[in-house]
Design a protein around this ligand. Structure first.
Ligand SMILES: [Zn+2]
Length: 463
């Protein structure tokens, strides 16, 4: 049977699980779904329920009656939520009457095991690691953590021909050295340091190759190959060594606004094509070409690059800035960080500006009373034109405004140094502040519409 991916992609908004409106996915997000799984998706069986180190349930679910067994797990790293959403989107796809034939095809040929949210404690704290700070994907040999033990026991009970190891990668990878951020990357993990390719890996590579061909029709030049350096402590590498064809899928980034829904759709199409290609994979003829010519992922893409700025007399540099996500009050926020100062010629960014003729000056601060805090563009501009990036107040203030807020006793550094928060002004030859770098965002003071959502509030709880 032939899958019509174009039709499926067009109908994605009807297919997808509607419950994921936030980027964050933790146990409370999917608790209801898990508790009602067999009611909502009658083709599912709950195989096992275990618990995380902090006692949160971890499910192993099963569907299908095919001879090829596939074990997949998501959010082994707590702050990597895309695959969990896509797995539920996949369940919705199977449930959708429009795709009855595709469902029967997959479930008659495959037995699919899924562990959605393997690391619920990490998801709760929004960390990569588990409750005790252990990276589960570096625990495949010692098996110290409850989560690693559970994954290992599932693998040993099932002995799957295929494993799908599902992750999100940092949002600053590009497809090799191009100016295209990676949307999806793939890997067939190696089983030894020599990176040899045996028949098990050949199968995984062949399945990936066919998926890349499909995805590239939708997202040309946005698919990359993940680093294939051998990591003996990782599950993918170990399960490959044990004879399973392991496929790692990493969700990347779409655009500067971090449009998660686009990434989620691409990830769903990737996952679906992998399941379909597994069924169709011939054990004797392999299509490895596409994977072997896939460009590698490179960590060379940033949020903002400012070129040719004077930071001291006659010293011209480029300043490279990242907007780093963190979680506060169960929401993702970003802080701007100076990542690199110097020659940025090997890097690309979502936004780049040539600022020849401008000099940078550290962000100024001004103490204000609660009444003096600006709440409109015009008032923010008055401060901005003086090069003020941070307003200082005596006590905690929860309401966000256009400029950064900090408590008087906090003393957030604004020096233009690597590792510091990116808050400074750019001054033209007439000695006027023309642009502000505010929390890593490029803001033109020539425009009256001073954005109210770019700044950061340092008066609230820790970053
Ligand atoms: Zn990961």
């Amino acid at each position: 049977m032939k899958f019509d991916y174009k039709n499926i992609a067009e109908k994605f908004n009807q297919i997808k699980s509607v419950d994921f409106s936030e980027e964050i996915v933790n146990y409370s997000t999917i608790k209801n779904k898990l508790e009602n799984l067999t009611r909502d998706f009658p083709f599912i069986k709950i195989e096992k329920i275990s618990a995380s180190e902090n006692g949160i349930p971890i499910y192993l679910i099963k569907m299908g009656k095919g001879k090829t067994k596939v074990l997949s797990w998501s959010q082994m790293h707590g702050n990597e939520p895309t695959a969990t959403k896509s797995l539920f989107d996949f369940l919705e796809f199977l449930q959708n009457p429009l795709f009855e034939e595709e469902k029967n095809f997959l479930l008659n040929n495959l037995t699919i095991y899924i562990i959605p949210l393997l690391n619920p404690d990490g998801a709760e704290k929004w960390t990569r690691e588990n409750f005790f700070g252990i990276d589960i994907n570096r625990d495949a040999i010692k098996l110290v953590s409850a989560e690693a033990k559970f994954l290992q026991s599932c693998f040993e009970d099932i002995l799957p021909e295929y494993c799908l190891n599902l992750h999100d990668q940092d949002g600053w990878y590009s497809v090799c050295n191009t100016s295209k951020p990676t949307l999806i990357s793939y890997l067939s993990p190696p089983f030894n340091a020599e990176n040899q390719i045996n028949s098990t890996r050949k199968i995984a590579i062949s399945v990936i190759s066919k998926s890349v061909e499909i995805l590239e029709q939708f997202y040309p030049n946005r698919i990359a190959r993940y680093s294939d350096e051998f990591e003996p402590r990782a599950f993918g590498d170990n399960f490959t060594a044990k004879g399973s064809s392991v496929i790692l899928i990493e969700a990347g980034r779409w655009d500067k606004h971090r449009n998660f829904e686009v990434v989620r759709k691409a990830y769903f199409l990737s996952l679906l094509s992998i399941f379909n290609n597994i069924v169709k994979q011939d054990k004797t003829s392999f299509n490895v070409n596409k994977y072997q010519h896939l460009p590698f992922n490179k960590l060379r893409f940033f949020d903002l690059i400012l070129k040719n700025i004077e930071i001291s007399k006659q010293i011209l540099v480029d300043i490279v800035i990242k907007r780093v996500p963190f979680v506060r009050n169960n929401k993702i926020e970003y802080y701007g960080k100076i990542e690199f100062i110097g020659d940025s010629s090997i890097y690309n960014a979502f936004e780049e500006y040539d600022l020849l003729g401008f000099r940078a000056e550290k962000g100024k601060k001004q103490i204000v009373t609660e009444k003096e805090i600006p709440h409109c563009s015009t008032k923010c501009l008055i401060f901005g034109k003086k090069g003020i990036t941070n307003l200082q107040i005596e006590k905690k203030q929860t309401k966000g405004i256009g400029l950064n807020l900090e408590r008087i006793d906090c003393n957030i550094p604004t020096d233009i140094l690597v590792g510091n928060f990116a808050n400074f002004s750019l001054i033209n030859t007439k000695n006027e502040v023309e642009f502000l770098i505010l929390n890593g965002n490029f803001i033109s003071l020539k425009i009256l519409d001073f954005p109210q959502d770019k700044s950061i509030n340092f008066t609230e709880t820790s970053l």
